[in-house]
Design a protein around this ligand. Structure first.
Ligand code: 23J
Ligand code: MN
Length: 260
């Protein structure tokens, strides 16, 4: 790569012709967290912020806090070791993933209309192929994100999880769609809902296919993304780096996109 590429990027950032879009939801005690029914075991806690000092007798000139925070909370990254299918993959933890993988091109499939009409909407292989016919092929090494505008519900756990007596209702991919994306050798799959899978995914084959299949292929996930309505279908660059947690299975991220 020539140095002029970076020089022109730097000046484009300064002039504002390249913009930075924040794809991150606010992270705090009100952040919705996943709820799994008892047959699936334990749940992750809500965020808690504990004050150490606040310019007082506990620290006269400074304020600082410590956090109680699940790895899979808010806008977050799923590492391959998160799922049993990815547990023996190379470089499958947040501290061993090559940093080159944290910056990549991004494809955004807008299915917000479909999700508004049907909260159980599932993205299919045919629907991805239609998108490719219109916008161009999904290239190896790129992210694929589904826009659903679901992030607009993240102010409340009830609207975000959207559960009734039959379980949660939120959009996501079919197992076949994930298989297709893996065949394209993408770097990862992400969406705006609480996790990378649909609300109905516990009953799919395999259960939670975005987790099972993507991580089994050594690939990554991004969940609870925001503001995907500000991205073009193609041409943006996604920056999403998890904390370098030792043996981490995932991590909250500040996900950013560069758009021109
Ligand atoms: C554990 C079990 C099921 C799911 C998840 C975690 C997530 O969505 C996650 O945050 O990885 S669906
Ligand atoms: Mn996760």
């Amino acid at each position: 790569m020539s140095s002029t590429t970076l020089t022109s990027l730097a000046s484009a950032l300064l002039s504002g012709s390249v913009k930075v879009v924040d794809l991150t939801a606010p992270l705090g005690p009100d952040t919705p967290v996943l709820y799994l029914p008892p047959q699936f075991g334990k749940n992750t806690p809500k965020v808690a912020v504990h004050t150490i000092s606040e310019y007082n007798e506990d620290g006269p000139f400074w304020a600082w806090n410590w956090l109680e925070l699940g790895e899979h909370t808010g806008t977050h990254f799923d590492a391959p070791c998160h799922w049993i299918t990815g547990k023996d993959k190379e470089n499958n933890t947040t501290d061993t993933i090559p940093p080159q993988n944290f910056v990549a091109p991004v494809n955004v499939i807008d299915r917000s209309k479909e999700a508004a009409e049907n909260p159980d909407y599932l993205l299919t292989v045919d629907s991805i192929k239609e998108w490719e016919a219109e916008h161009g092929a999904i290239e190896a090494g790129s992210w694929v994100l589904m826009r659903s505008d679901w992030y607009k519900r993240n102010g409340s756990t009830e609207t975000f999880l959207n559960a009734d007596e039959n379980g949660p209702h939120s959009p996501g991919p079919t197992a076949e769609a994930i298989q297709y994306l893996i065949s394209k050798n993408i770097i990862g799959w992400g969406q705006e809902t609480i996790g990378t899978d649909a609300g109905s995914a516990g009953g799919m084959n395999p259960p939670f296919p975005a987790h099972n299949l993507m991580h089994g292929a050594g690939k990554y996930g991004l969940a609870s993304l925001s503001n995907l309505d500000q991205l073009p279908p193609k041409g943006a660059v996604l920056i999403a780096a998890p904390l370098k947690l030792v043996k981490g299975t995932g991590s909250p991220v500040r996900a950013l996109a560069l758009i021109a």
